[in-house]
Design a protein around this ligand. Structure first.
Ligand SMILES: *Cc1c(COP(=O)(O)O)cnc(C)c1O
Length: 453
């Protein structure tokens, strides 16, 4: 079926002549295949040689309803013939208006204003700047610092990277970054022996309280990934931390920024992870699943009180200054509306509950594996932590790249798994079937077997 000009090998060779890929040591591609994908079909990707891969990670967590979703595609086709883009300062359009209405409707109560940007990192930049500027407008220009959790990831532009604590991304660029105060993560995996996840959360809250007692006067906001620190290794924590964080932020007059870029839109169970603690953050950042993986778009939601702190005569100089050329792009807004329509029309969250239960059941046997320290899950995110020594939980040295072996095994056997270091994780699109989950777990298990040898 393939012409030699469109084979994997031919396209990979052309790719490597001019392209430079993200999160990649390009030298790896001397041995790791560069895979040209020509088509997507639901949970599957199809390469130029006609081979199929089950997308076990929703293509970096974006394609929540799989690939080439016909409903989103149809909405986009109509929008394409109507309005592709328009400047978003002084002008507006129905897709953005409707999207803002819908986001306000579905997010926790009290988030009434929507600021649009075009990727996750940009949403974080917006939230950080807006929080700082809010305090400035209220006469608190001394608040210039942020508190982030150890092991957090909020993106890789300089501001977003500043509040991230994953060494792989941060270390090299550290001299360029703001320095946040780091609060210890409530990550249950790092809990004391015998401690429950909730007790770990309580202990970490008291440490956060200490930090706030010292630094709240100079702090704008605490930023967290609610419930799951994703890029930091799918580290999970108890919702108690979020309700405690809400109280502490109120008590110490600092903002609570919830980065739901990865965990939003049903990934942890309910539509938003914050719902599991019944909290409304001061800023909620959304992206990734927002457009079902069709187009880049992000949104920052906040409450009216924040908006009002910027609302004044022009001469007061209080306006929020942040813009992107493609802010509010109508095509992206339309894709987001179609994605949210699927949540309204189909029992997505109920089906995810069944899929998540099935995934849990299929992963359970791995708990007994001599090189598995932890199998953890929050909704449609599951992770298997590989270690050298199960008893001491001593990790495999990073340079052994065990995860890469799982990745390569996956590709050989028709599954896209992309471990984070020694953490093999599953974040499938919600259109996956139980038998496809079985396939994914079987391939991963065999890959793990090979990788730990
Ligand atoms: C991916 C991610 C980001 C950054 O989003 P980009 O669109 O990749 O810039 C920020 N925060 C979290 C939690 C993420 O997972």
């Amino acid at each position: 079926m393939t012409s030699p000009l469109l084979s994997n090998a031919a396209l990979a060779e052309r790719d490597l002549r001019h392209l430079w890929h993200p999160c990649t040591q390009m030298h790896d591609h001397q041995t790791v295949p560069m895979l040209p994908i020509v088509r997507g079909e639901g949970a599957w990707l199809i390469d130029a040689d006609g081979r199929r891969y089950l997308d076990g990670i929703s293509s970096w967590w974006t394609n929540i309803f799989g690939h080439a979703n016909p409903r989103i595609a149809a909405a986009l086709k109509t929008q394409l013939d109507t309005l592709e883009h328009v400047i978003f300062a002084g002008f507006t359009h129905e897709p953005a208006i409707e999207l803002a209405e819908e986001l306000v409707r579905i997010t926790p109560p009290g988030l009434d204003k929507v600021f649009l940007a075009d990727n996750g990192s940009a949403a974080i930049e917006v939230a950080l700047k807006m929080s700082f500027h809010y305090w400035l407008n209220l006469g608190h220009g001394e608040k210039t610092r942020f508190i982030a959790l150890s092991g957090s990831y909020h993106g890789e532009t300089l501001g977003a990277l500043s509040v991230s604590d994953v060494a792989l991304y941060r270390k090299t660029y550290a001299p360029l970054l703001l320095t946040p105060f780091l609060a210890p993560s409530p990550d249950a995996y790092e809990g004391e022996p015998g401690e429950s996840a909730e007790q770990t959360a309580e202990r970490r809250l008291s440490e956060l309280r200490n930090l706030l007692e010292q630094h709240a006067h100079e702090t704008c906001a605490v930023i967290v990934e609610p419930l799951v620190q994703c890029a930091g290794g799918m580290r999970m924590y108890h919702p108690r931390y979020l309700s405690g964080l809400r109280s502490l932020c109120d008590e110490f007059h600092v903002h609570f920024i919830a980065d739901e870029i990865a965990v939003g839109f049903g990934r942890t169970g309910p539509l938003f992870a914050c719902e599991q603690a019944s909290v409304t953050p001061d800023f909620m950042c959304l992206s990734k699943g927002l457009t079902g993986g069709f187009l880049p778009l992000s949104a920052v939601l906040t409450h009216n009180a924040v908006y009002e702190a910027f609302y004044a005569e022009y001469s007061a100089g209080k306006a929020f200054l942040h813009s992107h050329s493609y802010t509010g792009n109508p095509l992206a807004c339309r894709a987001a509306l179609a994605t949210l329509q699927i949540f309204r029309d189909e029992p997505v969250l109920a089906r995810n509950r069944d899929l998540a239960a099935h995934l849990a059941q299929r992963l359970a046997p791995l708990r007994d594996h001599p090189h598995v320290a932890d199998v953890r899950q929050t909704g449609m995110i599951a992770a298997v932590e590989l270690v050298r020594d199960k008893l001491t939980r001593a990790p495999f040295p990073a340079d052994e790249r065990r995860g890469l072996r799982v990745y390569l095994h996956g590709l050989e056997h028709g599954a896209l798994l992309r471990p984070l270091g020694n953490v093999v994780y599953f974040m499938p699109p919600y259109v996956v079937t139980e038998s496809e989950i079985d396939f994914l777990v079987d391939v991963a298990t065999a890959g793990i077997e090979k990788a730990v040898r």
